[in-house]
Every structure is written in C-alpha cells, then in structure tokens.
Design a protein around this ligand. Structure first.
Ligand SMILES: Cc1ncc(COP(=O)(O)O)c(C=O)c1O
Length: 394
C-alpha cells in the first residue's frame, strides 16, 4: 500500500524571507518598533480605482489588458508585440510555473545564476527539472556569461533552458544590451530556451546617457525568448497577484492549455485595475516612487565606509543591496547569526543570503556570508535602519 505522505517533488525549502516576516510580526505584536529592510515590495501603493464585479476571464487574460501590455513594449522598448503572445498570469510567480511547465520536461537541465531568486530553483526542482547553478561573482556583475555557460555544459551536459534576471534579486545587477545579446545568441545557437525575468524593469538607476534607461528587454532581441514581468514591483501592486509572460508564438497554445487547467483565468478585478497602470499619470507617479528608491539607495552607498562590510554587488536596479559581511562575519560566524542578532538587539530586519546562494564551500553556504538589504521601505526607514545598524556594530 502507498504511504499517505507528501510527494518527493514537494521537498523544497521554504522561503526564508517569509519566515523572517513572521518573526517581525511577532516582535511588532510584542510592542517592538521594528524597521524592516526585508520585504521586496514598495510601500507606496496605487490608489484603488472603481472595480466592477467580475467573473472569469479568458485563461490568458482580457483582450484590453493584453493589448495594453503590448502597448507597453511599444512605448518602453520600441518593439511591436502581437497581443496574442501576451499571457496574463497570477503574478510573475504564476507565469514561471506555467512557463517552466510549457517549455521543459522532467529531467531537462536548466541553468540559472547563483546567487539568484530562490523560487526559480525551487519551482524547477518541484517540477523534476534538473537545476544547473552557475556560480557568479563581481567579475561578471553576478550574471551568467557565454564562457560560464560553456563551462556548465562541459560539466553537466546540454541545457534545455537558461533563466536570467536583470535587474536581479538579490544583487540588483543588470545585463547591458551587449551582455544580454551575447546570452541570446548563445542560447539561439544551441536551441536553449531563454527565460528572461524583467520584473524589476523601470526600477533602475541609469547614467544620464544610458540608451536603455528602463533596462533592455529580451523581447527586443529574440521572439523565441520567454519574457516575464509583473505589476508587483515597478507598479507596487504585489497583492493584486498579476503578472504576464510574453511567449514565443509556438508556446502560446500549450501555455493556454495549462493555464486554463491550473488557474482557469487570472484574477478579473486585478486585470480591470491594471488597465490604469499604462497611463502617463501612472508612469509619472511610479517614476516618482523610483526617485524615492534612488534616494534610499544613495543613503546606503554613502554609509558603505562606515558599515565596513565586504564586497557589495553593484546595485544597478531593483531595490536591493547585496553585500558580503566582511569583519562582521568574523564576529558572528554567519550572515544568519548576524541578521538574527540585529533583529533581536536592534530591531532591524535584513535577510541573510542563504536563500539566494545555498551552494556550500568549506561547510558554509556561500550566501551565509552575505546579506540583502531591501530599500523598498523608503528613505526614512533606511536612514533609521542604518543608524541602528551602526550603533549595533559599535
Ligand atoms: C526576481 C523576482 N522574480 C519574481 C518575483 C515574484 O513576484 P510576483 O509573483 O509578485 O510577480 C519576485 C518577487 O520578489 C522577484 O524578486
């Protein structure tokens, strides 16, 4: 008789950030004034519009929203996208699940950069896809390169896919147009499906002469890439659970078949509201929020000498600062211990890097030497947190 247990594919780690969120809630309930640089969500939310009562929509979303998303590619990237290739999903998280199911079979190998967003690795693992971690560092801005991919193929065998993110979580680093083009060409030459997570596009801190100030989209370079995005970050609509995938024509029908079984349709009220995201007023409002992130980021960069941590990733975009702990690591032994002490003694919540880079060397997860600060909480919270961190470190 079969055992009534959980499936083997569900044996994946939980998301540490969400557990810290729970600890923050506990401490706040006990009356502590906790400053959280933990969550990856903007505190400035859009004002809710008038919502109609809504039923199911088509499995790939409403036609007006799919057209509006195609229009967004025209206005930001100057690229014409057929609205029929846009699939609206329950957050980009829903897009990843469906995209991975659509593009990869169990046993396929898919590469991704380490450190990286843990859900890619965990969803792929749960789907029986073999994850090939590409260790990256400051020399490549924590991004994969053709040379690193060649090395991965030599070690592990042919790849079915490559997942990239620019700006990335947890590092905030970006792929420039030429770096992205090199990866697109590498994938195209080998029949490797590129999945490009562009959820942090628009939250960028470009030089005044940057030709791609919002980020370069893989949609500009290759219609065979799967491009994923969301209303969660630039638009700050995390709780509306709405994202999208821009699909190669050949994947639209299988993706739709899966979507119509798994989620039936993306949430209708959220789709209605999301139509207002693409107005000039909305872009202006969100760009002002990004200016606030830029000010919060500047505070952290100014504090770098006083913090006296180790090497930090260049924070090109998103709202993350990822740094080795340097002398603090010697004092506390691990980023997990440092972050726990900081929360318990100074009421500042930050995230140790273990989730993002669990690969081990000399018995310690590489990520457990680094921390991620999210400055999505804004300037005042960051200023207060930095003050407390500096007092904590003494
Ligand atoms: C890189 C990256 N991709 C995807 C997501 C998922 O976001 P959502 O499902 O809200 O679109 C996140 C959330 O933090 C993220 O950091």
């Amino acid at each position: 008789m079969r055992r009534l247990g959980a499936s083997r594919r569900s044996a994946i780690p939980a998301f540490e950030v969400m557990r810290i969120t729970d600890r923050i809630a506990h401490r706040r309930a006990e009356g502590h004034d906790v400053v959280s640089l933990c969550a990856g969500e903007p505190s400035a939310r859009p004002a809710p519009g008038t919502l109609k009562l809504a039923g199911y929509t088509g499995p790939l979303g409403t036609a007006p929203l799919r057209e509006a998303i195609a229009g967004h590619y025209r206005s930001w990237y100057g690229v014409e996208v057929e609205p029929g290739r846009v699939a609206v999903t329950t957050g980009s998280s829903g897009a990843f699940q469906l995209a991975f199911l659509t593009a990869f079979d169990a046993g396929d190998r898919v590469a991704l950069a380490s450190p990286g967003y843990p859900a890619y690795r965990n969803i792929l693992t749960a789907l029986g896809v073999q994850v090939v971690e590409i260790p990256t560092g400051g020399d490549t801005r924590y991004q994969p390169t053709p040379a690193l991919l060649d090395a991965a193929v030599a070690e592990h065998g042919e790849l079915a896919g490559l997942v990239i993110a620019s700006p990335a979580n947890p590092t905030g680093t970006m792929l420039g147009r030429s770096e992205l083009t090199a990866l697109v060409e590498w994938c195209r030459a080998r029949g490797v499906r590129l999945v490009s997570d562009e959820i942090y596009h628009g939250i960028t801190f470009p030089a005044p002469d940057d030709p791609d100030p919002r980020g370069t989209s893989a949609a500009e370079l290759d219609s065979e890439a799967i491009v994923i995005n969301s209303f969660s970050k630039y638009w700050g609509m995390t709780g509306w659970r709405l994202g999208w995938a821009l699909l190669p024509q050949g994947l639209v029908a299988p993706f739709e078949a899966l979507a119509s079984n798994f989620a039936l349709s993306p949430p209708a009220p959220a789709q209605e509201l999301a139509l207002t995201a693409f107005t000039p007023e909305s872009y202006a409002e969100r760009d002002a929020v990004v200016e606030g992130f830029a000010r919060a980021r500047a505070l952290i960069l100014e504090a770098e000498p006083a913090l006296d941590w180790g090497d930090a990733a260049p924070s090109d975009g998103a709202f993350y600062y990822y740094s080795e702990l340097g002398p603090q690591l010697e004092r506390y032994g691990s980023a997990t211990a440092y972050a726990a002490a900081l929360l318990e003694r100074a009421d500042v919540a930050i995230v140790p890097g273990v989730d993002f880079d669990p690969s081990t060397s000399s018995g310690q997860a590489a990520g457990d030497r680094a921390v991620r600060l999210s400055y999505a909480a804004g300037e005042a919270a960051v200023a207060e947190a930095l003050d407390r961190i500096l007092r904590f470190q003494g």
